[in-house]
Write a protein that binds this ligand. Sequence first.
Ligand code: ADP
Ligand code: MG
Ligand code: MG
Length: 212
Amino acid sequence: SEIVDVSTLKSWLIRFAGDVEEHAAELTELDSAIGDADHGSNLARGMKAVITALVDDEAPDSIGPILKQSGMTLVSTVGGASGPLYGTLFLRMAASAGDCDALGPQSLAQAFRAGLDGVAARGKATAGEKTLLDALIPAVDTLESALAEGTPFDDAIRAAADAAEAGRDATIPMLATKGRASYLGERSVGHQDPGATSLALLFRAAANTMID
Ligand code: ADP
Ligand code: MG
Ligand code: MG
């Protein structure tokens, strides 16, 4: 069955943009502890531009092209590490999804896997470095393995969102070895990573909009 049609994809992006806006102060507060206090404003600006582009009369109206436009918008409007990384996530998802009207569970999981691989390559980071990958990796792993075990999509995407949140929480004791937080060395320990926090919002928004 087709889980993510064009309308669901748009709802997901709009929901995430709203959640980022709502949590912008919290994201920036987290970034003030181990970075430069701009993650909330960076991502809120980027997602606002994504939504503006999405509702334009000339906007694309199929899955891959919408994801591609969103990724390019993030790369061009968000200064800082998170713009190219979130941009890469959506651009790789776009290439994986292609120009279609809807994605089923397997194609969605494949698109997320392609996005994850792109983010890891772009940021030269891996699990355990206190970055948004620490939410993204468990979310994608969980979605894939749940579907492989025959778990219904609704339960699988909910489990993926739960895994992203657990991954976010697990960044607290980690030592940052990538991005600005790595400049703090041992002083990065004991703080929740802002990028992992926004990434968990992305998966919770997916669960909330893709389950009907
Ligand atoms: P900047 O650090 O340039 O100000 P943001 O504050 O918007 O950018 O984003 C910071 C977040 O980016 C971090 O919390 C972390 O999750 C993520 N990040 C930074 N560098 C990397 C990297 N190399 N790989 C993956 N994620 C990264
Ligand atoms: Mg920052
Ligand atoms: Mg910055």
